[in-house]
Design a protein around this ligand. Structure first.
Ligand SMILES: Nc1ncnc2c1ncn2[C@@H]1O[C@H](COP(=O)(O)OP(=O)(O)OP(=O)(O)O)[C@@H](O)[C@H]1O
Ligand SMILES: [Mg+2]
Length: 261
């Protein structure tokens, strides 16, 4: 598959501090990658740069073969192609679930109403939100349901890539499971995705390669189980400790059968 999104050597400064210090990553069509790393290593900053919510100070981003960091590129169009789903979802509180999802196709993409409605319904179905909930307002929905609406809203824009920033971390275990199932379902359907997460169960279900960020760079990528050894081999003791803790969560997350207790 062709590379859909590629970042090369991104640098992002906040004052004299470099939040990104030569970060590079790429995603092929239909590929799903997880991105993890210690707090403050630059994961959110990288996602925000990838959809031009933040302008990198140096480096290049290519979307479907064109450089979007080139002068004169309309950032709004890039944001329509590279969807970003935040931890908190950020739905419009005065709109129902369905209206939230309909907004982009109808008002931003200006599609004919029937086409927009079909896209919205398809997206809400894809994330597994029961039809009985489509007319409810965000305040009437659970956290997991709200997050799935946020994912449907991104999906209805038919983006080239969906970037998720810790989509399950604010949720209770049930909500996290619902949202993880929705992300896995979209991944199976071939939606190119980059998922920032420390949810080992989600990483395992996605069967995704994991990239680890450290101090503003994407330091290494591999299977969850092989990350500790890769980080050791790279001579980064701190990242190796992080990788062991992350990989170790997978075992701990498994539920012990009642009879075995
Ligand atoms: N707008 C900003 N102004 C100043 N510093 C910032 C800004 N945004 C991020 N930073 C700094 O950049 C670094 C990277 O932040 P970022 O949010 O990308 O990390 P992260 O890997 O997503 O962390 P976390 O796991 O806590 O979400 C941090 O040290 C943070 O304090
Ligand atoms: Mg973050």
């Amino acid at each position: 598959m062709e590379v859909v999104l590629e970042a090369v050597g991104l640098v992002k400064r906040f004052g004299s501090f470099k939040a990104l210090d030569g970060a590079s990553i790429s995603l092929r069509g239909g590929e799903v990658k997880a991105l993890a790393g210690p707090n403050g290593s630059g994961k959110t900053t990288l996602l925000k740069c990838l959809n031009l919510l933040l302008r990198p100070d140096a480096g290049s981003i290519y979307l479907e073969g064109s450089e979007v960091t080139a002068p004169g590129v309309d950032a709004r169009l890039v944001r329509q192609r590279v969807a970003l789903v935040f931890q908190e979802g950020y739905l419009f509180s005065h709109m129902t679930a369905r209206e939230n999802v309909l907004f982009g196709p109808l008002k931003v993409r200006r599609l004919p109403r029937a086409e927009a409605e079909a896209l919205a319904a398809e997206a809400l179905e894809a994330v597994g939100l029961d039809r009985s909930l489509w007319g409810l307002y965000p305040a009437q929905l659970s956290g997991g349901q709200r997050q799935r609406v946020a994912i449907a809203r991104a999906l209805a824009m038919e983006p080239a890539v969906i970037l998720y920033d810790e989509p399950t971390s604010n949720l209770d275990p049930l909500g996290a499971e619902e949202v993880a199932a929705a992300i896995v379902e979209l991944a199976k359907r071939g939606v190119t995705s980059l998922v920032v997460t420390h949810d080992a169960a989600l990483i395992a279900e996605l069967g995704a390669e994991v990239c680890l960020m450290s101090r503003g760079r994407v330091a290494l990528c591999g299977r969850l189980e092989e990350l500790p050894a890769l980080a050791e081999a790279a001579g980064d003791g701190e990242l190796a400790r992080f990788a062991r803790a992350l990989a170790g969560r997978l075992g701990k997350a498994r539920v012990v059968p009642v009879a075995a207790r």
